[in-house]
Design a protein. Sequence first.
Length: 764
Amino acid sequence: MVGLGSQLALQGGSVFFAFSGALLLLSGLQLFRRRDSAIHLAGLNFIATWIWAVAEVGFDGWAILPRVNFITVLLPLYALPLIRDRLRADGANRGLRLPIAAYPTGVAAVVAGFAALVMAQGALRSKEASGPSIAARSAQSYGGEGWTSIGQDPGAAKFSSLAEINRDNVRNLKRVWTFQEPDSVSSNAAPRFRDEAVPIEVDGKLFVCLANNTIVALDAEDGHLLWRHDPRVDLTGVPTGICRGVAYYATAAASGAKTQDPCARRILFATLDARLMAIDAETGQACEDFGQRGEVSLKVGLGPVPQGQYYQTSPPIVVDGLAVIGGLVQDNLATGEPSGVIRAYDARNGKLAWAWDLGQPSESGEPIAPATYTRGTPNSWTLLSADPALGLVYIPTGNSTPDFVASYRQPAWEKYSSSIVALEVRTGKVHWSYQFVHHDLWDYDTSAQPVLFDMPTDHGPVPALLQATKSGQLFVLDRRTGAPLTAVVEKPVPQTDVAGERTSPTQPFSLGMPDVGGPPLTEAAMWGISPFDQLLCRRKFHRLRYDGIYTPPSLQGSIIYPSQLGGVDWGGLSIDNGRNLLIAPSLRLATVIQLAPRDAPQRGKPFDYPQAGTPYGAYGGPFMTALGVPCQEPPYTMLTAVDLRSRKVVWERPLGTAEGVGPFGIASHLPFVIGAPPVVGGPITTATDLTFIGAVGDRRLRAIDSLTGHELWSDRLPAGNQTTPITYRAPRSGRQMIVMVSGREADMTSKRSVATHVVAYALR
């Protein structure tokens, strides 16, 4: 403690660790000499530690814990008979024995009780119902009673008008059925799988995409299996198997009464081997009139595509009879990876309607071989949104890969990277675009699904698009033109010191909306589970480069915060239009990125991110202690409510307990509120002021009071909870159902047999 604490002090950090270590050394020396002053010195260290801890972080239980736990446990040990007998052997101490031996136990007991009380109260900087009052609900009807697309509707507000389950009776929610799919592992490959599927409900059927692209249709009333379709996906080279859901399309013949036309109602989905497929919603059979016997290859026009470098994890969005879809390009392998082209296909016959290749904007058709769509362009792997009335589809884009070195990127590509691009549905032409990150070096893809809503203003409601970003910022744009509706300012940001690289001198900051990404990191925010690993984290914090948000990757290593995991990731937001209330989950967890010259890897260690074709490879991972816990203090996940009229935070609260996290990746099973990472999936809201969300690392589905942030109900799911729930009216009983997929988590490999569950809740 003295040695490392002195080094920390020389780095410009706290001197307290060296001071505390010196007191411990002196106490040990006096104990060896059989002097009662050993206890005095330990008591002084105890008192000084608590004063220092409270002065640095206040009465935040989780922040205080690693500062005081060691000395609080150590001090009562001086009262043990073993120690007292050693001191009793020296007659010089006779008059002071019992009082000195007794006071550590009493003080420690009082302080430990106080610390337990603080932690039990979850003192994690939550602001429950401390913001502006929320206006009465508008009489206008919003939302629907079904869930026909992943975001409930093409605008992705994820809001339901159903009102049977409310704040008074939600505690009576019970699990009414569970569908279990034994194994989602294909036999011809073994990637990691994650169940991130958001079901849809149409005409009394639930449609669920498993992680290996098998589609199941369930009865929406009781969950029994209606049919299963296995597309027999080739998973060779795919590192992570994910399917976020499916899309629904009904032909003109499907309107009104039931039709004999096969595939009049169809499910469209995309696969991990880059196919767009259509199957009959009634039977699960392939739609023979779509492409080649029910499928279209999405590798056409891409040129050479190594297995696993290009595929789809998100479904198309169907607008005006067209299925619009992007694709995932594996990050950080090399320059010149497959194109990020966006394409639209006729939802009836699978014919290509248009392609938006930002490297060749004047060409909208399929390239004639040997020509290809422009390689290396930004892609869009996440969920899309659309406004059918405006005839626009909104594309969230990433950046050209590799992520952390960008000197090779073309100016034409940069214009549309890390942006929202509004394309005309009928032509694929760019209507407008807006960029959230210039010259992105942080993997700050625009990953959250854009949310469409009517923004309240002094001049009446304005058609708006709200985009949450990985940096934790919320941007509100006029969805007709792309013009900001709230204040956005370009501010100077840290600049690169890496030879051959460049950095944008400024970045856009959304000052007109709250930031949900968390406060900047400081040395005092470093954490651990003891003073020792906290000390090491503090040293690491000073050794790495960190100049606040947009600190660029560096050769010494840089802290990226918010990290490339978020802020806000693909699960996105929900909006209660009736109350103009936004609900936003966010992750507050840092990562570290360190560049190294390609010809000089660290100790011969392979790069985590090869970035072939650039001068630098990269190493990276979470900003963790050696014990596998974060180097920054909790909370790590937050749920925030924002009043869209005042644009102020109404409440925010940590989301999730420590049940599923702990040192060395071992679950602690502790019920303390810690804000459990990560945040994968999003919230939904209802007309009865309820927010339902899973998404965090403790395997729970929760109901939160949308007006106050109080947790009203939760249930532990049978497996992971890394997706978004849905709600709908059951087809026969008419009762309101809450349904969520629970399955494989991010750290589960295909070698572990983990069932995928679809879990349904209703009132007793």
